[in-house]
Design a protein around this ligand. Structure first.
Ligand SMILES: Nc1ncnc2c1ncn2[C@@H]1O[C@H](COP(=O)(O)OP(=O)(O)OP(=O)(O)O)[C@@H](O)[C@H]1O
Ligand SMILES: [Mg+2]
Length: 580
């Protein structure tokens, strides 16, 4: 075939291939146009999962009759005009591609009335041919009707899923858009049902919008984040670690009001959560990044779902620190409700059985040592809590060698001693990382490992060294340990090293150096923390409670399990039907 220039209709259909994947893409483009037009209320109506009909009606600025046909031609936009505009985009659209693309793969009609116009005008598009504008009746604003999507492209029509699936995509998309702008009303319905109704709310009502879209439970079990630095601000809500989910379905990012699924941002949050989540659990969040538009390029993805930051490293760090710092605040404070109660009297979801303490115990059956000795080795630079301000109260007893029972002002406190001690040790080791006090062993210990295990271990030798170990390979499968961190028990180093190596080997996420170091420290902490059935004296229990109060993130162990919980006097009274 000779080379030739494609005709315009075909060019539009090819462009539509990139932007219009399914009915939800049409809803996205049309609703974004309505938002750009300053609409206060946007109503979407669909039939047959949006394939038979998608109608979007808004009360925005509208399009003058004279420009209506132009709006439907390729590369026609009112949003940018120079390269400088392109470098600092403040609208959701900017390419002038959406309407012609949609019109080329459907039966299309637009009716619009500009703010100051007397009358509305209507234009229809048939098989790529744009008709003449004709007068019509419509209040100020725009209505666009898209019928029979892909009627002229049977091959693409085959890729569409069932009506229910396509409808689900539309609902989730509109939920995302509704979270991006709580000052706009969004409605979605079919002929018979309302699928989404999010009326606009006054200022400061973002939590109400989030509750409506994501659920009240998320709002109640989340922490507010608000952190600014120069031209960047991140704000929103992050779910408490105990509210983490098995899937990533509750993760929302908005950059300058644009809903994105950006890897860099998602990764930064995951990193911020890294040592409060049990592996495999997903954080939940609704976060907004506001940034000088000149510092972010939104022209980086066909569906504008990803963005590029000029200083990606800095943005990543900024978000990561904001999340990490907010989570570090989760330690016992006077009068604060523990995580397991979520502040509303409901308990955290039950933990999987495999997390049972006994599992951890079986993994390191010999790690018995005096807690008091280890605690004595821990020096804190944090000033001691003022007398009378001991949120976790005074220890009373130990139950079944697993839980510590204590009494504070509000009532009864229950502490999972292994989980709590693990967190205390871990934070201490992290704080000391690189400068950890080491303890030379009088007699070096040799540990036999599989050759590849030893390879893995030595690949992380720097991290082991930073943690306070002195290790060397003696032969392909023997390791000699000359020194260990002063914080650790001196008994049974061999089992500890072996457990840690196996724990770390399972973890493929540990390629980031920081993550690898923390993973190692976390595993060491878990394997060396006091295990079940260790008898503690009251003094040891109280020492642990005091340490928890001074340890960042002490509300969860480093697998994200809660470390303590409170049963208030009111709750106890209720249990015993005692009126006061
Ligand atoms: N609902 C609307 N209300 C007012 N004007 C609209 C509306 N929808 C589209 N327009 C006008 O039509 C133009 C073309 O819309 P289109 O979506 O094709 O391109 P765009 O939004 O400029 O860029 P993009 O292709 O990135 O979406 C817009 O620039 C805008 O001026
Ligand atoms: Mg657009």
């Amino acid at each position: 075939m000779p080379i030739r220039v494609l005709d315009n209709h075909l060019i539009d259909q090819i462009a539509a291939g990139e932007v219009i994947e399914r009915p939800a893409s049409i809803v996205k483009e049309l609703v974004e146009n309505s938002l750009d037009a300053g609409a206060q209320c946007i109503e979407v109506e669909i039939e047959a999962g949006g394939v038979r009909l998608t109608r979007v009606r808004d009360d925005g600025g509208g399009i003058p009759a004279a420009e209506l046909a132009l709006a439907l031609s390729r590369h026609a936009t009112s949003k940018i005009s120079t390269a400088d505009d392109l470098a600092a985009i403040t609208t959701l659209g900017f390419r002038g591609e959406a309407l012609p693309s949609i019109a080329s793969v459907s039966r299309f009609e637009i009716v619009s009335r500009a703010m100051d116009a007397e009358r509305a005008a209507r234009v229809t598009v048939d098989a790529g041919v744009v008709g003449e504008p004709e007068p019509a009746a419509h209040p100020p604003g725009t209505t666009i009707e898209v019928r029979d999507l892909f009627y002229n492209l049977p091959a693409r029509r085959k890729f569409l899923r069932s009506e229910v699936t396509e409808q689900g995509h539309i609902v989730r998309l509109l939920e995302r858009l509704a979270l991006s702008r709580d000052d706009v009303t969004f409605r979605l319905r079919t002929a018979s049902r309302t699928l989404l109704d999010a009326p606009k709310l006054g200022s400061g009502a973002l939590p109400d919008r989030i509750a409506r879209i994501v659920g009240q439970e998320f709002v109640e079990r989340s922490l507010e984040v608000d952190h600014s630095a120069g031209p960047v601000r991140v704000h929103g809500w992050i779910g408490m670690p105990s509210a983490a989910r098995a899937t990533s379905d509750l993760q929302y990012w908005f950059v300058n009001g644009r809903a994105v699924r950006d890897r860099l941002l998602m990764n930064a949050v995951r990193l911020g959560f890294r040592d409060v989540l049990y592996s495999g659990r997903q954080p939940s969040y609704v976060l907004y990044l506001d940034i000088d538009p000149a510092l972010v390029d939104v022209n980086a993805h066909p569906q504008k779902l990803e963005v590029r930051f000029r200083d990606s490293r800095q943005i990543h760090d900024f978000v990561f620190r904001a999340v990490e710092r907010r989570l570090a605040g989760t330690k016992p404070a006077p009068g604060a409700m523990p995580p397991a109660f979520g502040g509303v009297g409901e308990r955290a979801t039950p933990l999987p059985a495999s997390l049972d303490l006994r599992v951890a115990e079986a993994a390191a059956p010999h790690a018995t040592w005096a807690l008091s000795e280890a605690l004595a080795a821990v020096e804190y630079d944090v000033p001691p809590v003022a007398a009378g301000a001991e949120p976790l109260g005074q220890a009373l007893a130990q139950i079944h060698g697993i839980y510590i029972l204590a009494q504070n002002e509000q009532g009864l406190v229950l502490v999972d001693m292994h989980a709590a001690h693990e967190r205390v040790l871990y934070e201490k080791m992290k704080a000391q990382s690189g400068t950890a006090a080491t303890q030379l062993l009088l007699a070096p210990i040799t540990v036999t490992l599989k050759v590849d295990e030893l390879d893995t271990l030595l690949a992380q030798r720097d991290q082991w060294q930073a943690a306070g170990f002195d290790l060397e390979r003696l032969s392909p499968d023997t390791l000699v340990v000359r020194a260990v961190p002063a914080l650790l028990p001196r008994e049974d180093i061999g089992t500890l090293v072996r457990d840690v190596v196996q724990g770390v080997a399972d973890d493929e996420a540990a390629h980031h150096l920081d993550v690898a170091t923390d993973r190692l420290l976390g595993t060491i902490a878990c394997r060396s923390a006091i295990h079940a059935h260790r008898r503690l004296s009251l003094a040891e229990m109280n020492a642990l409670l005091r340490q928890m109060e001074q340890t960042p993130r002490a509300d969860q162990c480093n697998h994200g399990r809660p470390t303590w919980t409170q049963v208030t006097m009111t709750e106890l009274d209720r249990m015993f039907l005692r009126g006061r």
